[in-house]
Design a protein around this ligand. Structure first.
Ligand code: SF4
Length: 332
């Protein structure tokens, strides 16, 4: 039987990851949000740091948002960090500090989509609902020989139903974890390790030699080239920063002055950086400008070095801040 085969394989071959040894919905939710669009090796230290700083949902809910985003720094997709904080507050105030215990209820939480709701519902509450992440999608698309675009909601729905039927009689948490682990470690995007796969005899992609054709995707992500131009305004031992607003990349994080300075002021040092986001390729130029008067441009303010260290910043801004500090150290 399919589920027995993959679960036996999983119990022998699984990686020992901390969120797999718990049924605590807070820890499971935290791990799932951290791991969205993030590799396990990159997410693991963040998971430990968050649990150490916020061991409970209430501790996270009562923390200042800047502190949460600062801890999130480097993981990217900062809306996840903001949603984490928002949702912790939502559960405390609207759900009497308890996670909803089923798939439909969990989906009402901000930042919790079908996959995350299914993961929490099955891992924490044992509900029979397939958790279809990218690994599971790829695995099922190959195993079932599904030649439909996996970025189409209808295909995702039919893979969900396909998985639901295969789940019959199995422990939902173990089933979901087995599928995702197979996708992550055996049915990998390039050169899947079919010789180690427990369901190879039944796999349609394998029998038709379609492993490198499936899964099939219809759309390609369009990447936009974008130039950013920053002036790093230094006034004695403070640097000017502003909070980025919603509607663009890095909302809720701090960055430098990015308008034209009138009049133009002499540049003490300049450097360039490239940074790649999912939909944008950024070419960024930075100019350090030492101000000699106390004038503060609108839209932000001067912060001390200590304050800046504690503020949440995009990783490339943090790198530029460190370069600036090095430069200023050499000057003094
Ligand atoms: S046999 Fe190969 S392609 Fe099929 S599910 Fe297993 S690893 Fe993936």
């Amino acid at each position: 039987m399919f589920s027995e085969k993959i679960i036996s394989w999983y119990l022998i071959n699984k990686r020992d990851l901390p969120w797999r040894n718990t049924r605590n919905p807070y820890k499971i939710w935290l791990s799932e949000i951290i791991l969205q669009q993030t590799r396990v090796s990159q997410g693991l230290p963040y998971y430990y740091n968050f649990l150490e700083k916020y061991p409970t949902l209430e501790a996270l809910a009562t923390a200042p948002i800047d502190e949460v985003l600062r801890l999130w720094q480097g993981l990217g997709y900062y809306s996840r960090g903001r949603n984490l904080h928002f949702t912790a507050n939502q559960i405390v105030s609207e759900y009497q500090k308890k996670f909803p215990e089923n798939f439909e209820g969990l989906k009402k939480l901000k930042g919790v989509g079908n996959y995350t709701a299914a993961a929490i519902a099955s891992f924490a509450f044992g509900q029979k609902v397939p958790a279809i992440d990218g690994n599971a999608l790829r695995f099922f698309s190959r195993f079932g020989g599904i030649n439909e675009p996996i970025d189409d909601p209808n295909t995702i729905k039919s893979i969900f139903n396909f998985a639901y039927d295969l789940m019959e009689g199995a422990d939902p948490a173990l089933f979901n974890q087995s599928v995702m682990e197979l996708g992550a470690t055996i049915c990998v995007p390039k050169n899947p390790k079919c010789d180690q796969c427990p369901v190879r005899p039944e796999c349609l992609a394998f029998s038709h030699r379609l492993q490198d054709k499936l899964p099939f995707k219809s759309k390609k992500i369009k990447v936009k080239e974008r130039k950013l131009d920053y002036k790093i305004l230094v006034n004695e031992d403070r640097i000017w920063l502003k909070l980025r607003e919603a509607g663009d990349i890095w909302a809720g994080l701090y960055d430098f002055f990015s308008r034209e300075l009138v009049p133009k002021l002499p540049v003490a040092y300049s450097f360039q950086k490239k940074h790649i986001l999912t939909h944008q390729r950024l070419s960024i130029s930075f100019q350090i400008i030492i101000l000699e008067n106390d004038e503060t441009p609108d839209g932000g303010k001067f912060y001390s070095i200590k304050e800046i260290e504690a503020l949440p910043k995009p990783i490339v801004i943090d790198e530029a801040f460190k370069i600036t500090m090095k430069f200023l150290d050499q000057l003094s």
